[in-house]
Ligand binder design. Structure first.
Ligand code: FES
Length: 155
């Protein structure tokens, strides 16, 4: 009886088995750690690079005591016409945990629904709730046929 394959060196079989076991355990560890590492190290969020946005709306069409959210680059922003008729624009990203804010006509100011945060519609100042900082203000230029919002804050 030939003992060709059966008589292989047990050390050789053991090393093959160890290699298979080692690579399996290694693959398992990598497949388990990769999603954890992706969770712990989130991808960089991209800053909005837009400096100016022209909104296709006539200033006269925006009624008093209202607000509208629009895209400013990759981030939401909010255009507000106060009850006194002034136009103001801010980032719509809440300074607490980055929810998108909205204008509340009944409160006559900017409000964040996530944790009941409140912002002044003229200055963007945080006036209630957990937001720690004001909203970033943008410059508003009302033209005859459109509203231009730019990143440089009004002086
Ligand atoms: S995210 Fe706006 S109040 Fe918390």
């Amino acid at each position: 009886m030939s003992q060709g394959t059966l008589s292989r060196d047990p050390l050789e079989r053991r090393s093959l088995l160890n290699w298979l076991l080692g690579t399996s355990v290694g693959a398992f560890v990598v497949s388990a750690l990769y999603p954890v590492s992706r969770f712990l190290i989130p991808p960089r969020s991209e800053e909005s690079s837009a400096q100016t946005v022209a909104l296709d709306v006539k200033p006269t069409e925006i009624r008093s005591n209202s607000g509208r959210v629009f895209k400013f680059g990759k981030q939401p922003a909010i255009l507000v016409r106060t009850p006194a008729g002034e136009l103001h624009a801010f980032t719509a990203v809440c300074t607490h945990l980055q929810c998108t804010v909205q204008y509340r006509e009944d409160l006559q100011h900017i409000w964040c629904a996530c944790h009941n945060g409140h912002f002044d519609p003229v200055t963007g100042k945080n006036i209630g709730g957990p937001p720690p900082r004001p909203l970033e203000a943008y410059a508003v230029n009302a033209r005859a046929d459109k509203v231009v919002v730019s990143r440089s804050a009004p002086a």
